[in-house]
Design a protein around this ligand. Structure first.
Ligand SMILES: [Mg+2]
Length: 287
């Protein structure tokens, strides 16, 4: 029997470089990852069977990308598990049972500036031909044509951010695997959000205060709003071992001894081991 949803553990999970490796990966690595993902499915099934499980994929990537991660695993069909996908760093919420939950609307100023940025990137001496835009629905992300952006390419994006005055309209995350250009201001449910809380919005909107425990797992700066929102609710956040040595704003976040999926599994095993004695909202101490 599944526990009622109100007591189910809730886990907010970043995808790229947390649940799965990004970019070109050797086949052997990808096969190991696949075995670890099968283990993840088994752990989720056990947790969901015991207490129920609220799992939230909370990613900067698109919904369709997230769906392709989920599909071979079949997590959404596990008894007692409820899976929600929040994509584009919090701008778009979708539930596999309830359909669209929310969709943020950026300002006209943001859209105009992003159009300008795309034109500049297209014609830029360093960036032309080096990136493409991700298949997003709300905001713009640049992905590297090569496996990862080179330092000088990221520097060129930073230069454009300054010269275009992007800070007035956007939060820009530059990472070797992506450049996210998130709107600073959005309209959502008839309200103006400035600054929009990004992944933190999803946590505040979806976390159930009655949840048995609350955890977040990530690897980078765009996860910091998620970590902060989880901490504000008394939950526990984790960085996977492969996260960069310094993630600004995540200095106090616990680092899991486990890379990528193995790190996530470690938290899930901790959650299971703590068993029904879990009373506090933090969970999954990887010990
Ligand atoms: Mg990530």
């Amino acid at each position: 029997m599944s526990a009622p949803a109100s007591t189910a553990p809730t886990v907010f999970l970043d995808l790229n470089q947390t649940l799965v490796r990004t970019g070109q990966v050797a086949l052997e690595e990808r096969l190991r990852e696949q075995r670890e993902l099968e283990e993840l499915r088994e752990l989720c099934a056990q947790i969901a069977g015991r207490w129920g499980l609220r799992l939230v994929f909370l990613t900067g990537n698109s919904f369709e990308y997230s769906r392709r991660i989920e599909e071979p695993l079949g997590l959404k069909n596990l008894e007692g598990l409820r899976l929600t996908v929040v994509s584009e760093n919090g701008l778009l919420g979708r539930d596999f049972r309830q359909g669209d939950l929310w969709r943020a609307r950026p300002t006209r100023g943001y859209r105009e500036l992003v159009d300008e940025l795309a034109e500049r990137v297209f014609a830029h001496p360093t960036l032309a031909g080096r990136s493409y835009t991700q298949g997003n629905e709300v905001r713009v992300t640049f992905k590297p044509v090569a496996n990862a952006f080179a330092e000088e390419e990221l520097a060129a994006f930073v230069e454009l951010r300054v010269s275009l005055g992007l800070a007035e309209q956007a939060v820009v995350y530059t990472h070797r695997f992506y450049v996210d250009v998130d709107p600073l201001e959005v309209e959502l449910d008839g309200e103006r959000h400035r600054p929009f809380a990004g992944k933190g919005y999803a946590v505040r909107r979806l976390a159930d205060p009655a949840a048995r425990c609350l955890a977040a797992i990530g690897d980078s700066a765009s996860d910091v709003p998620m970590f902060e929102a989880v901490r504000a609710l008394g939950g526990t956040s984790y960085l996977v071992e492969n996260a960069p040595p310094e993630v600004p704003g995540a200095e106090s976040v616990t680092r899991i001894p486990g890379r990528f999926t193995a790190g996530v599994n470690r938290v899930l095993r901790g959650l299971l081991a703590e068993g029904s004695s879990i009373q506090d909202p933090g969970c999954g101490s990887p010990g």
